[in-house]
Write a protein that binds this ligand. Structure first.
Ligand code: GDP
Ligand code: IMO
Ligand code: MG
Length: 418
């Protein structure tokens, strides 16, 4: 019997495209929503009837009381962060599961992250400071600890103290003290008390759900341009943010993946350092930031803003195997006389139409299109002003991917499903 396939939501740009809104909007059509990578560097915002929810580790299916939410093995989990997040919701038992194979992101990972960034000075990545890189480094170095180990706090505590002993010289450079054993043990016991009912073998769970014909939605975190291999290295995050990452991050195989929806803003933003070819340093960039309320959900930092980058979108669409795009925040372009799209790059005086491995020295080549007013809150394609409809068609053509969803406000129902 062929099992059902899982649909996937993936960020196409530098994160913050509006993945949370779309996952929440679609969650009513799914039985299970799964995260497969990233950690509490993610900030997924959902607005329902004027109430705002900011999610970092809990999948964005949580507002649908019928959906089961899974935090997969590919995530780096801060127990402290997820426990705090869980306090917003009641009755999570039986609706939230955390992989015993996910790696722990412990307080010392954030201290290392922040110390490394400080030492880098003006070469800093501009990380969220949440310990993501160091937690994934420990996983790859085979010196990490996994969520399942929380179930035996005494054993885990002495393993962590041994880890500090073995790495004392390195911790000295970062001026990070070894935790006091009694305090560490109490902390780990606290985590166990809160999290034990949620910890399980999620690989088996997801397989069973697929085999039982359950509908599964996979929720990506960050975005393609932040992918550890395919993004703007080293200004990236430390996980595989592309659709392929969902396979290793949950224990499913490529054949288990069905429809892939790439989430893109109708313009572009980036938070943190690193190349961003279509960034607008002038009035337009400022206006996009103001109209789009572009401040980070996790760190509150102002996001850098610029125009839609069709070259990066084509690249990301091919990398992820996108069947369709969800075009978000179209309403933010309301009121511009003209809107621009980066259609190609210039490198060493030559025009190229693909994304080179190094984006440091590329210049954007733009085409301009007529702007519009009043797309905000549109719920059907016909309600959109003519120029906005034209813009959607242009994005579709130039990105070589059809637009299947359009979003016109942060609210769940201000969404056009085509
Ligand atoms: P994510 O990380 O991809 O889930 O995105 P974030 O939640 O970090 O950032 C997207 C922001 O845009 C959030 O504040 C959303 O509430 C908001 N948003 C999502 N879709 C729309 C939209 O269509 N229009 C407007 N104006 N805001 C939106
Ligand atoms: P969501 O899921 C936007 C960025 C950071 C920094 C780089 C590395 O909300 O789209 P890290 O802390 O991961 O080591 O930082 O990645 N970054 C994000 N930018 N949205 C995110 O998540 C991000 N998660 C990480 O700003 O540039
Ligand atoms: Mg975000």
């Amino acid at each position: 019997m062929a099992s059902r396939k899982a649909d996937l939501i993936v960020g196409i740009q530098w994160g913050d495209e509006g993945k949370g809104k779309i996952v929440d909007r679609l969650a009513c059509e799914y039985d299970m929503v799964c995260r497969s990578q990233g950690g509490h560097n993610a900030g997924h915002t959902i607005w329902v009837d004027g109430v705002k929810y900011a999610l970092h580790l809990i999948p964005s299916g949580v507002l649908n009381p019928k959906a089961i939410n899974v935090v997969g093995n590919g995530v780096v989990l801060s127990p402290e962060s997820i426990i705090k997040e869980m306090e917003q919701f009641e009755g999570l038992e039986g609706r939230l599961y955390i992989s015993d194979k996910a790696h722990l992101n412990l307080p010392y990972h954030a201290l290392i992250d922040q110390a490394k960034e400080r030492l880098k000075g003006d070469k800093a990545i501009g990380t969220t400071g949440k310990g993501i890189g160091p937690a994934y480094s420990d996983k790859i170095n085979r010196t990490g600890f996994r969520v399942g180990e929380l179930l035996n706090p005494a054993k885990l505590c002495s393993a962590i103290i041994d880890y500090f002993k073995q790495n004392r010289a390195i911790f000295d450079i970062y001026e990070i003290p070894t935790p006091a054993q009694a305090e560490l043990l109490a902390e780990l016991e606290g985590y166990k008390a809160k999290l034990a009912p949620f910890i399980t073998d999620t690989t088996q769970m997801v397989w069973k759900a697929l085999d039982a014909d359950k509908r599964i939605l996979l929720e990506g975190a960050q975005g393609t341009m932040l992918d550890i291999d395919h993004g703007t290295y080293p200004y990236v995050t430390s996980s595989a943010t592309v659709s392929a990452g969902a396979c290793t991050g949950l224990g499913i195989n490529p054949k288990d993946i069905g429809k892939v929806t790439g989430i893109v803003k109708a313009y572009c933003t980036r938070v943190g350092n690193g190349p961003f070819p279509s960034e607008d340093h002038g009035e337009d960039g400022k206006r996009l930031g103001e109209q789009g309320h572009e401040f980070g959900t996790t760190t509150g930092r102002a996001r850098r803003c610029g125009w839609f980058d069709a070259v990066a979108t084509r690249y990301a669409s091919r990398l992820n195997g996108c069947d369709e795009l969800a075009l978000m925040k179209l309403d933010v372009l309301d009121g511009f006389d003209e809107v621009k799209v980066c259609v190609a790059y210039e490198v060493d005086g030559k025009e190229i139409d693909y994304l080179p491995s190094n984006l440091e020295d590329v210049k954007p080549i733009y085409k301009s299109f007529k702007g519009w007013n009043n797309s905000v809150g549109a719920r059907t394609f016909d309600e959109l002003p003519q120029s906005a409809q034209d813009y959607v068609k242009i994005i579709e053509e130039i990105s070589k991917t059809k637009v299947g969803i359009i979003s016109t406000s942060p609210e769940r129902d201000d969404t056009i499903i085509l």
